[in-house]
Design a protein around this ligand. Structure first.
Ligand SMILES: *Cc1c(COP(=O)(O)O)cnc(C)c1O
Length: 389
């Protein structure tokens, strides 16, 4: 017998992200990889990790890749290798996952926020220059939801003002800007293999890409306590290494990433068609994809009228959705010390009130997508009778 739940949450008809469906398709290969590592009993770094690093740098188009323990640590290593320290500033977006700004903050580096563009949810490059101060050392663009930030003007500005560019590509592996993959524009690209990312491992994992062999060499030391040779250290590092088990699993999954990305893009197109078909364009705006970009849809984020009521209705109907992110970072209690006020980044604040992520994982069925959009149409029919079918 099932235990009655105390809050009696409505049951979802399918999950927001179905990792079990993905695993079912690659089970044997993953199990072989795991058993190979267990047989070898080499668990941290080593040949599996080296092969994975080579595979990723080939895929992304960077000369080097250095694996580490998480996407957050990828950011940490990037800041450390550039010598950022207390008193320095980095410019980034307030509409992102906490790690983008928390990692610099841990080093005493001040995150300086710049508002986002309404259509892309990415940092508004035109507003960056006004935020540059004599203490600014780097810009951290985030390729949010899998859509590249506007890298050409950003890189030009960074070069002109002598700033490093550290790309937060945690949500965007494989995404392209002007036919070039993210993670190769700045001095360092940061990736996460958290299970819900487009390439996810069986736990935590991360990686940095760079085209500078010197930087790569330092990164390799920094992730291993700063060790130059066994038990000798020129500079202090951290313990942030990738497990061989994770690398072996990721090597299997990386082979499938292009087809999974294609499926996500295909699903995005189907959502667009369904939204138009139901005449919902005046209530919800699908994500935009600028002509020079390839979006990889880690999230399919719509902007919705009366978002909270819509979401509550969808939940009642058993339709899974998520809100990324319900509060911009400049209004988080943890960042109160930065002194930002409500109203300072109006687009980030508006996005936090209006965005809703729909399930877009590669294995979602057409039928499930139709249910999602039909339910949204029923909601707007009840709440705004001029809405379509
Ligand atoms: C997931 C994520 C991170 C952090 O990655 P972890 O592997 O969870 O540490 C950083 N930035 C963004 C934008 C992310 O989505």
């Amino acid at each position: 017998m099932k235990m009655a739940s105390l809050t009696s949450k409505p049951k979802l008809r399918f999950p927001f992200l179905d990792l079990a469906a993905q695993f079912a398709n690659i089970r044997e290969e993953v199990m072989d990889a795991v058993s190979r590592v267990l047989q070898a009993q080499q668990f941290i770094l080593g040949p599996e990790v080296e092969k994975f690093e080579t595979d990723v740098s080939t895929y992304v188009g960077s000369t080097d890749a250095v694996a580490c323990a998480s996407g957050s640590d990828a950011l940490l290593l990037a800041l450390m290798v550039h010598g950022l320290q207390a008193g320095d500033e980095v410019i980034t977006t307030p509409f992102t996952f906490i790690a983008t700004a928390a990692v610099p903050a841990h080093l005493g580096v001040r995150p300086v926020f710049v508002d986002i563009k309404a259509d892309t949810y990415n940092i508004d490059v035109e507003q960056i220059e006004a935020a540059v101060s004599p203490r600014t050392r780097a810009i951290i663009p985030v390729h949010l939801f899998g859509l590249p930030a506007d890298m050409k003007p950003l890189i030009e500005l960074a070069a002109r003002r002598d700033l490093k560019v550290i790309e937060d590509a945690a949500q965007a592996i494989g995404a392209e800007y002007a036919k070039q993959k993210v993670g190769t524009f700045g001095s360092i690209g940061c990736f996460s293999f958290f299970p819900s990312k487009n390439l996810g491992c069986a736990g935590d994992g991360g990686l940095v890409t760079t085209n500078d062999a010197g930087i790569a060499a330092v990164l390799r030391r920094l992730r291993n306590h700063g060790s130059t040779q066994k038990y000798y250290y020129e500079r202090l590092g951290v313990n942030s290494r990738l497990d061989a088990l994770q690398a072996a699993i990721l090597r299997v999954k990386l082979k499938y990433l292009p087809q999974w990305t294609a499926a996500r893009r295909h699903n995005a197109e189907y959502y667009r068609a369904l939204i138009a078909q139901h005449g919902l364009q005046s209530y919800i705006s699908p994500p935009s994809e600028p002509a020079n970009c390839t979006h990889v849809y880690n999230q399919f984020t719509i902007r919705a009228r009366t978002r909270d009521e819509l979401r509550a209705f969808l939940t009642e109907e058993g339709i899974p959705t998520e809100v990324y992110y319900p509060s911009p970072l400049h209004l988080q209690a943890a960042f109160a010390y930065l002194g930002y006020k409500p109203g300072q980044f109006p687009e980030a604040e508006r996005a936090s009130r209006e965005v809703l992520a729909l399930p877009i994982y590669p294995e979602i069925t057409r039928n499930q997508q139709e249910l999602v959009v039909q339910s949204m149409a029923s909601f707007y029919k009840q709440h705004a009778p001029d809405a379509g079918s």
